[in-house]
Design a binder for this molecule. Structure first.
Ligand code: B12
Ligand code: SF4
Ligand code: SF4
Length: 311
């Protein structure tokens, strides 16, 4: 039985590598919040206006709610690091959203991995997840041995750094789990010290109410008085990753669609602030992860950064 289990796991991992994932690991499905970190995070109000986090808390805390009878979580990571994506003033755009929308691309690939898994066992239950599904992906990356949770809360791989996207297949298939990843942050505190808005209330805990990414990507309304300075970031923020020493080893992505797009690598202040040029801005962000934030809200942030009104 153990040999069958091992062979199956090896086949799943080989399929993931064949699909182009940079890392793959397996964890045994079970409670995802054993020390109640997530529950306490929600209770403290650190989810800010992301009400969906609380609404879907039960599923996030146990993937067996999503896939009844789940035995395993297959976790994959893919590097999006591109050496030409260098966020620069006056309007900085985070690396993760300078290329094509990762949701679409990764979802397609994670769905293929699910199909490969069903080829091994056609009667298995299996659900693909990328970002928007109610799954604590970083927790599973740690459990599946492909990353540890850094003090920045980023899932860090020694081989890939932090500029990776994660995805999972939650399945009823009984697979051989890997060992959880060791922590390699040591005494480093660079990310905690560098965060421009003091969003880390403790190592490994971000208060989204202070995180720039929350405000410029997730908050889709005019900025209230308590919103922080955006420090030049018009979409996302990479500061806690830029300072992380493990990114010296970041492996450039092999995905051509994550190459920085023109208009996103060095955003034009004129196009990004002028409502009369909305068509141009809409076109620039079409098909990127920023399409969901929408041009009016991106313009609101650009105007705030450049000292214009932020409506
Ligand atoms: C909500 C959310 C946000 C929020 C809140 C972020 C946060 N730190 O919680 C905001 C909008 C601020 C945000 C920002 C960003 N996000 Co985001 N986000 C999410 C989302 C949808 C849920 C995260 C969540 O559940 N947070 C709640 C906290 C409590 O959980 P957590 O940070 O995941 O930590 C868990 C474990 O790591 C573990 N844990 C923590 N400490 C320890 C310690 C030990 C010892 C152990 C064992 C476990 C452990 O416990 C926690 C709860 O169980 C995930 C996708 C997903 N479905 O998971 C993407 C996700 C985390 N985001 C991602 C990205 C890329 C970003 C940004 C880098 C984007 C950018 N450049 O601007 C920033 C990074 C900011 C930061 N330092 O976190 C990637 C991260 C990839 C990676 N390599 O880590 C994810 C996984 C999306 C994806 N599929 O790729 N994000
Ligand atoms: S993304 Fe920026 S604002 Fe958010 S925790 Fe990291 S450094 Fe701080
Ligand atoms: S900057 Fe240092 S403390 Fe922060 S995640 Fe990277 S290694 Fe860990």
């Amino acid at each position: 039985m153990d040999i069958v289990r091992r062979t199956r796991s090896e086949r799943v991992k080989a399929a993931a590598r064949g699909l182009g994932f940079d890392a793959v690991g397996i964890a045994a499905a079970g409670p995802a919040d054993p020390d109640e970190r997530f529950a306490r995070w929600l209770e403290a109000g650190y989810a800010a206006g992301m009400a969906y986090m609380a609404r879907t808390a039960d599923a996030r805390r146990d993937p067996r709610r999503l896939v009844p009878g789940a035995r395993s979580v297959v976790v994959v990571a893919q590097s999006y690091f591109h050496p030409d994506a260098r966020p620069a003033p006056p309007l900085r755009i985070s690396r993760y959203c300078q290329g094509d929308d990762y949701h679409r691309l990764l979802k397609k690939r994670v769905r293929r991995l699910r199909r490969a898994l069903l080829d091994i066992e056609p009667t298995a239950g299996a659900a693909p997840t990328v970002d928007t599904s109610p799954v604590l992906e970083r927790y599973w990356a740690h459990r599946a041995g492909i990353a540890w949770t850094g003090k920045s809360t980023m899932a860090i791989s020694r081989r890939l750094g932090t500029y990776t996207f994660l995805g999972c297949v939650i399945t009823t298939l009984d697979l051989e789990p890997d060992s959880p990843h060791r922590d390699y942050c040591g005494s480093c505190t660079r990310c905690l010290d560098a965060c421009p808005t003091d969003a880390f209330v403790a190592p490994r805990t971000v208060d989204a109410r202070r995180c720039i990414t929350y405000w410029n990507v997730e908050h889709r309304a005019p900025y209230p008085p308590q919103a922080p300075d955006l420090h030049g970031w018009v979409a996302g923020c990479d500061v806690c990753q830029e300072v992380c020493p493990w990114n010296k080893f970041a492996r450039p992505t092999v995905e051509p669609r994550w190459q920085p797009r023109r208009g996103l690598d060095q955003p034009s202040p004129e196009v990004w602030t002028d409502p009369a040029r909305d068509d141009e801005l809409t076109d620039i962000v079409k098909g990127t992860a920023l399409q969901r934030t929408g041009s009016p809200h991106l313009r609101r942030s650009a105007r705030r950064i450049l000292g214009l009104d932020d409506r």
